[in-house]
Design a binder for this molecule. Structure first.
Ligand SMILES: Nc1ncnc2c1ncn2[C@@H]1O[C@H](COP(=O)(O)OP(=O)(O)OP(=O)(O)O)[C@@H](O)[C@H]1O
Ligand SMILES: [Mg+2]
Length: 335
């Protein structure tokens, strides 16, 4: 199966295989989406999105038609709840629709929902934690039909924050460590804090690097594409100080929002791992480290995956790696 991550700014595809205890990278790539194809994480131009997905998988030579797709943002509701430890499966099955209504505040008929026991308790031995997840049926259908038009079948609709966690947990060696995974994309940030391999905070924040793009468009009366270009080579445009201050505003906002979520976790966090295209913003990692007092590193989701040097240019892999964290998690889910 191939993991397809349809983001607001680009589509990423990762195909992995598993043999003899080893994961191997078969295909990987990215294709940009024009502005307006995805609006607030909803597919507004199915024709464009399916065209981009289809040309990406054919350019990469992906053979399989089976795909895992991820959704995030408003279409997703996630909550970790405490339930009595003595609860049996039948008790949970009965309780979950109520939790979807009350804890997630979603209409049961409009969402696909599920629950996952986390085998972690909140300090009270008589309770245990369960993750309740709901995904809007309408959004899931939108993503599935875009894939279908691109000649793929979505076998699994996953949640970006979960894919991020799973992608890390599969290779996690440092049990007992608390790690915050922070994927800063274009329109949003997926945040997942794990205790070993078990998530105990999962959250989407509606702030990503597009915030900078929009400010630059407004300030300089330029197009989305021009603003994106400036982000990659700040020095080339002139008006350096003004651009710098937009970046600084974003870094302060993002740091603030991420710190608020991490503070809610009320647990000591050992490491922060940043991913997503906006993790490339040079000052972000340091600012986040300073604000939280936690060491920050940039994700390499391919670290434990065999990557052939003759098939993939190491520089290209290194350049794209932080952006591929969700797509790798999706691909792993399909194996
Ligand atoms: N070197 C860089 N400097 C600054 N920003 C960058 C850099 N590289 C990528 N970005 C920004 O990262 C964002 C894209 O990241 P990513 O591909 O993770 O987002 P996405 O998955 O398309 O969006 P989302 O998940 O929010 O829907 C864009 O806003 C882009 O401008
Ligand atoms: Mg993304």
């Amino acid at each position: 199966m191939v993991g397809i991550d349809i983001g607001s700014s680009s589509v990423k595809a990762v195909e992995l295989s598993y043999e003899g205890g080893n994961y191997r990278l078969e295909n990987m790539g990215e294709a940009m989406l024009p502005s307006g194809a995805i609006i607030r994480k909803s597919i507004s131009r199915d024709d464009i999105v399916s065209g981009v997905v289809s040309s990406l998988v054919s350019r990469l030579g992906v053979k399989t038609k089976k795909a895992v797709i991820g959704v995030s943002g408003e279409a997703v509701a996630l909550k970790i709840v405490n339930v009595p430890r003595i609860f049996l499966r039948e008790d949970m099955e009965k309780l979950v629709p109520d939790l979807v209504r009350t804890s997630l505040r979603r209409n049961v008929s409009g969402v696909n929902y599920s629950y996952t026991p986390l085998f972690r308790h909140n300090g009270k031995s008589e309770e245990t934690q369960v993750l309740i997840a709901a995904v809007s049926k309408k959004t899931a259908q939108e993503y599935k039909s875009s894939l279908f038009s691109a000649g793929l079948r979505a076998q699994i609709v996953d949640i970006d924050a979960m894919a991020l966690s799973n992608g890390y947990a599969v290779f996690c060696r440092g049990r007992g460590q608390r790690v915050a995974l922070v994927n800063i994309g274009a329109s949003g940030t997926n945040l997942s804090v794990l205790d070993g391999t078990v998530p105990f905070v999962l959250k989407d924040i509606p702030l990503g690097g597009q915030w900078i793009t929009l400010r630059l468009m407004e300030k300089f009366k330029i197009t989305y594409e021009e603003a994106e270009r400036i982000k990659f080579s700040i020095k080339g445009y002139g008006r350096y100080d003004e651009i710098e201050s937009v970046f600084a505003d974003f870094v302060a906002r993002a740091t603030d929002e991420i710190k608020t979520v991490l503070d809610e976790a009320e647990d000591v966090i050992d490491r922060i791992i940043l991913s997503g295209g906006s993790s490339r913003i040079a000052t972000l990692a340091d600012a986040l480290g300073e604000a939280t007092g936690v060491p920050v590193e940039i994700s390499n989701p391919f670290r434990n995956i065999t990557v052939s040097d003759s098939r993939f240019d190491p520089e290209y892999i290194e350049h794209l790696a932080p952006k591929m964290a969700v797509a790798v998690g999706l691909a792993l889910r399909g194996l």
